[in-house]
Ligand binder design. Structure first.
Ligand code: DGT
Ligand code: MG
Ligand code: MG
Ligand code: MG
Ligand code: MG
Length: 262
């Protein structure tokens, strides 16, 4: 078929192929979730319904899209790591990023009612996305450690901050002043001496975030079969891949590995 005279506009498209042999990381972050959390009365500092919905949406991304080997999420963000050899959508950054962002956003809305039964969704949430390439295993490990360290730092701060406000009778301004210049050890001490809280006993999902990985699990089912005109029941075991969630140190000692929560 002859090309139309308009065909040349295709040449304006830029090449955004991701460099080969690199891990492709897509990180999403909720748009203005400060307001979104306020509007929907999220519990402070952590709302387990909201965290559960983030994880459910990330699971949908892993199940529906190809080649994601691990995902890690905390607060209003989730990172998705594509395997180094992935050739999905010819490694085009915009295709990968927009598929992740739209699958995640539509899942967030689709599964909302399962997590917030008595709370209507008041306006459509959005998520930004970015693509980052990591050439080595060490770089990828450090990336995940960085996000998990962010989770830890914010959660420790928020845990003390909201204790001081909710139980300590301080205003938010006073609590902010009180925490100015404090180190992690000081915050742990405030929690322990004033509120009888050992930070290390706070829920793992809040302290460590959520890692999703593919795991093989044996599934056993029973089937009716006919053998030589006789009905027989046989058990069939199939190995299936499924996404499982962990709340543990992503990088560190081997003993840091937790048992899956789902
Ligand atoms: P952005 O990302 O620049 O559009 O703006 P934000 O407001 O989304 O800022 P960000 O992503 O740095 O911080 C996440 C916000 O989401 C933060 O204000 C607290 C809120 N948020 C996330 N998870 C929870 C939660 O479980 N409970 C409450 N109360 N707030 C949460
Ligand atoms: Mg942000
Ligand atoms: Mg955000
Ligand atoms: Mg964020
Ligand atoms: Mg099309």
């Amino acid at each position: 078929m002859a090309k139309s005279k308009f065909e040349y506009v295709r040449n304006f498209e830029t090449d955004d192929t991701c460099l080969r042999n690199c891990y492709i990381v897509v990180r999403l972050d909720g748009r203005n979730f400060h307001k979104f959390a306020e509007t929907h009365d999220f519990a402070k500092p952590n709302d387990d319904r909201a965290l559960g919905l983030m994880t459910r949406s990330a699971r949908s991304v892993m199940e529906e899209l190809d080649d994601i080997v691990i995902a890690y999420g905390q607060s209003d963000e989730f990172s998705f790591v594509f395997k180094r050899s992935s050739n999905w959508f010819k490694r085009r950054a915009s295709k990968l990023m927009t598929h992740v962002a739209s699958q995640f956003s539509s899942s967030y809305v689709f599964f909302w009612k399962d997590h917030f039964a008595d709370r209507p969704l008041l306006y459509p949430p959005g998520f930004d996305g970015r693509v980052v390439l990591y050439p080595s295993n060490q770089n990828l490990r450090d990336y995940l450690s960085w996000r998990q360290a962010d989770c830890h730092i914010n959660n420790l701060y928020n845990t003390v901050f909201w204790r001081l406000v909710q139980k300590g009778g301080l205003s938010t301004v006073q609590a902010e002043d009180r925490l100015k210049g404090t180190l992690a050890a000081d915050k742990n001490e405030i929690l322990f001496s004033e509120f009888d809280i050992n930070y290390n006993n706070e829920p793992l999902v809040h302290r460590k975030g959520t890692a999703l990985v593919w795991e093989k699990a044996d599934e056993t089912t029973t089937k009716q079969v006919r053998v030589l005109n006789e009905e027989k029941e046989v058990t069939v075991t199939k190995s299936r891949k499924r996404v499982s969630a962990h709340h543990c140190d992503l990088i560190g000692s081997r003993s840091g590995r937790s048992t899956p929560t789902s």
